[in-house]
Every structure is written in C-alpha cells, then in structure tokens.
Design a protein around this ligand. Structure first.
Ligand SMILES: Cc1ncc(COP(=O)(O)O)c(C=O)c1O
Length: 384
C-alpha cells in the first residue's frame, strides 16, 4: 500500500510550461496569469482574482488595500500558520490572538467579539484544514461592528459554506498555491473578491500602481511587484483540471476512514457544521482524547509505517519567540488552543488521495498506531 506522492504532475503541466517557455513573455503578463485569475476566482464564486507570488503577500496585500497599519488591531485565531499573524505585524498593525472553538479548529466568533476595541479594524478567519469557519456568526459580527472580514482561505480551495465557496463571504479571500496545498505551483497566491473597488486597488498594488489601459510608465498609486509568473500560472491551470475529482476522492475517503474508525472514541475528528457543503480536505485533523495514549508516539508510529501524520503545531502562535517580544501582539485567554497543541494531529491530504482499497489498510495502521501509543480505554461495544 502506497500513499500517493505530492505534488503530482502529468503531461499537461509540461505542455503548458512549454507554451510559456516558447512565448516571449515568461513573467506576470503572460495570458495564462489572467486566464487562471478568471477561472479560479469564478470557481470560488468571486468576480475578481488578483494573483501574487505567494499566499503570505496576498494577506499583506489585503490589509494594505484596506489601509490597515500602525495603531490598528486585527483579530486572528491563536492557531494557524504564522503568516496569518505576521501579515498583520508587517503592515505595522497589532495582531490580537483569540481562541478557537473546542472542536472545529476554527476561530470562535464569541471570543472574537470579546476582543473588539475601538482600534479593531478587521478579523482574519482561517478555514482550518479546509473546513470553513462559522461564516454566519463572523459576518454578522463584522457587519455589526463595521469591521472587514478577511478569509485566510489558504487551505480551502473549493470549500463551501451553505453552497457558497470560501473567499466569497468577506471583503476578500486569500489563497495559497504553495507546494503542499491542494492546488499548487510550488509557490503562488491569489486574492479573490466581489468588491470592484477593492479589486482595482489590489490589482494596482501588485503591479506598481499602474492602471489598466494607461501607459506602462505611469504609476498612479504606491504599489509594488507581487506578480505571479507565467510558469506558476501554467502549472496552476493544469493542476486546476484535477481539483474537483481530487476533492471528491478525498471527501469519500475521509468519510470511509471515519466509518472504519467509528468505534475508536479516542479520535474526535474536526467538527463539520451542517453548513459545510464541501470541504477541500487539505487536512484531516482530529484530537486524540485518551489520557493513556501519547499523541506524539501515535504520530511517530504512523510515520514509521509511511503514513504521514503531523502532531499539530507545537504552540499557539503567540508563544512564538517573535510574539513573546514586548508589544508584538495582544493575546486573549486561549484554553482551547493550549489544549489542541497537546492532543491534536492531522493527516495531510495526500493520505486521502489513496485508492479506496488502501483506506482499509490505513485504518488498520491507525488502529495499530493507537495500540502501540498506549491503547485505548474505551472498548468496542459488547467487548467489555
Ligand atoms: C493558513 C495559511 N495562511 C497563509 C499561508 C501562507 O501561504 P504561502 O506559503 O503561500 O505564503 C499558509 C501556508 O501554509 C497557510 O497555511
């Protein structure tokens, strides 16, 4: 049984890369860039897509376009990849870390509400692992308090909440196409939005303050060069063709794996609210809630059997040395985040890309890993 490798390339990537190589334009003005922006934005139910060279600068871009900077506060979840917070720091604003919900792995809207001050300008919601954050509550809160809602959708290509795709709820959604993402070009990023004014400003920002239809040498606003290259767009166009089938496969395999492990109450899988109508399954996260089982030993046992499994983040973002410095952030009490770092883990998406038959074998290895990491006190029905 083999877990598929990631990233995966076919002849299609080679063909499109060759087309860029054979063209006189290798950079951000290759037509593939515009083509991918349009297709991907539409797929995420947005009118506009502004690509960039990664999904960290797209977050910085979103904050810059909104005019967020020194003196402002932005609410972020205590658990995410560091870019969610460093984007705020890099524009000179203060990240305010709030707790995540007990089992969704996503920002808790009630805790976000408690963190709002007169200086708060925005909330960044991460759709962790591909499961959308509570868009109903967060949108209501943002509207009520006059805040921008930015979706960090780096994990959520194709994910849906009530039939609407990630990135189409807030002022914008920020995507990453980094090497491990479900849609990938090694590096890459895109902001999607339905707000024309925001889109125009973002497009000007990534392209040195130029305006469409105006001279290349004329710069109207302070911008920079964040442009995605034609090579990135070529790979992304090719990868995009496989995304729907891969999401369907991961969805089926995640459901099967959970059924096969249903009797193992030690696993509390990431909660899927009824509003989630599609999940990218970038990650399959869970909490391992059995006192006698070592989470780290469990992950190591799986890795030893060539099943990739990560023991979550080692600490909430605010415990990084960067954020331990004076005045680097503000932190609300985060008991859930502190508990997750001790007992959570995730399986990466390539595990869920295996053949259906392999899922039975994966479930067997998960059981074995659980036993070798200390067993489980909860017995199967009828076996006690
Ligand atoms: C939640 C989240 N936000 C932002 C990023 C940053 O994306 P990139 O690596 O493309 O800069 C990542 C990447 O891993 C991420 O997981």
């Amino acid at each position: 049984m083999e877990i598929p490798a990631w990233p995966q390339a076919t002849e299609r990537e080679s063909e499109l890369l060759r087309a860029v190589l054979d063209s006189p334009q290798w950079g951000g003005f290759h037509p593939f860039v515009t083509e991918f922006e349009g297709s991907f934005a539409a797929y995420q139910h947005c009118q506009y897509g502004i690509s960039a060279f990664n999904g960290t600068v797209t977050l910085e871009l979103a904050l810059s376009v909104l005019g967020i900077g020194p003196g402002d506060e932005v609410i972020v979840p205590a658990v995410s990849f560091v870019s969610t917070a460093t984007a705020v720091s890099r524009v000179g604003a203060l990240p305010v870390f709030v707790d995540i919900e007990p089992y969704s792995f996503n920002i808790d809207p009630d805790r976000a509400a408690e963190a709002i001050t007169p200086r708060t300008r925005a909330i960044i919601a991460v759709h962790f692992g591909g499961t959308p954050a509570d868009m109903n509550s967060l949108l209501r809160l943002a509207d009520k308090c006059g805040l921008a809602l930015i979706e960090d959708a780096a994990h959520a290509h194709g994910s849906e909440w009530n039939g609407r795709r990630a990135g189409s709820f807030g002022i914008c959604g920020s995507f990453s196409f980094q090497n491990g993402k479900v849609l990938c070009a090694g590096e890459g990023g895109m902001l999607v939005t339905n707000d024309r004014d925001f889109a125009d400003k973002a497009r000007a920002y990534v392209n040195q303050g130029r305006k469409p239809g105006e001279s290349y040498q004329k710069h109207f606003t302070l911008g920079t060069n964040f442009r995605m290259t034609g090579f990135q767009a070529a790979v992304l166009l090719a990868q995009f063709e496989s995304l729907p089938e891969q999401i369907a496969r991961r969805t089926a395999n995640a459901a099967l794996l959970k059924i096969l492990l249903e009797d193992r109450s030690a696993f509390v899988w990431q909660k899927q609210p009824e509003h989630v109508t599609q999940n990218s399954f970038y990650l399959l996260p869970a909490r391992l809630q059995e006192a006698s089982v070592s989470r780290n030993d469990f992950c190591q046992a799986l890795n030893a059997n060539h099943i990739p499994c990560a023991p979550f983040y080692p600490f909430p973002l605010y415990r990084n040395p960067l954020y331990q410095q004076p005045n680097a952030c503000w932190q609300m009490p985060c008991p859930n985040a502190e508990a997750y770092v001790k007992d959570a883990f995730w399986l990466p998406h390539r595990v869920l890309l295996a053949e259906k038959e392999a899922v039975f074998e994966i479930a067997r290895m998960v059981r074995e890993a659980l036993e070798s990491a200390g067993g489980e006190r909860t017995w199967q029905a009828g076996s006690a």
